[in-house]
Unconditional design. Sequence first.
Length: 349
Amino acid sequence: MMRHRLSLTRRRILSAIPAFLAGCLGSVSCRYPRPRAAQPAKVSVFLSASPTAEVALPQEIVSAALLVLPTRQLGRTDMVVPVLGLGGSASPLSRPGAEAEAIAIIERAYAGGIRYFDTAANYGPSEERLGQVLPAVRSEVRIATKTSQRDRDGAWRQLEQSLQRLRTDYLDVWQFHALTYDWDLDTILNGQKGAIKAAEEAKAQGLIRAIGITGHNNPDILVKALNRYPFDTALVPINAADPQTASPFINHLLPVAQQHNTGIIAMKVPAYGRLFQPGALTGMAEALGYALSQPQVHCAIVAADTLAQLEENLTAASAFQPLSTAALASIEQRAATVWPEASFFRQWA
């Protein structure tokens, strides 16, 4: 199965579209692959409504990273990732009308050593923005996206759309987005009808490498998920305000993740900057250092609103060293002064 950027010219892409559409109209399995032996991914995922929009990275960006980031094995997967990844939400990547800023951030992230890129089907144009840049270096990066669908057919539809927008024939991590309630998990794991069936079929066909889950506010449902199914990864909030909450992810989820060797990706690390207030944390070095020093945390994804923010994140990640117990306690003590504001996402439903 080809896993590199296609060399099709615009003329060849355009000429391929009618035949591709005819094939889809003539075959239901084009949209809903049936359970069967592993098959090569469909070339259709590379066909974009805007064939000319793809960006070729400058050679100086492709050839060498400017910073060296520490790396870690992502749980029990076979993937090694830098400790810092780029988040695809709450930034120009997901903001309509900010294409130029988004492309600049993605290119600089790659040049700075980032190789893990996280997005979601419902993050506005985020998948398309990554799809404009990353195909040029596809074999060098790890791409993770998410589906909000809970049933098999809906999940398959969203997976195919994500592959097309990202211009890739496989995902490194496909995640079930925002598990919150028991019904979320029960519906996903509902045998032949649940979204887990789509994930298993896609994994058997080589369309995804790892199956993950995400959640913002209920560590208990994620604990249930890890105990009921061997999910490969979990994307969860890990920051210095977490220990002050009624149900910390650090205390509830991470020990279970250690038992299963689940790959843990931290998010909400600086709480959108709300941890950076007088008397609280001093900057990304402390916020990122705190999250990455927690047991079983392998990587942290952080969005960047500007290139300056991205540079600060890269600098902090490149200099990361595990923090001492005393340093962690000091950070927690200062974060406690702003913890309600820094835990705002716990109210999301």
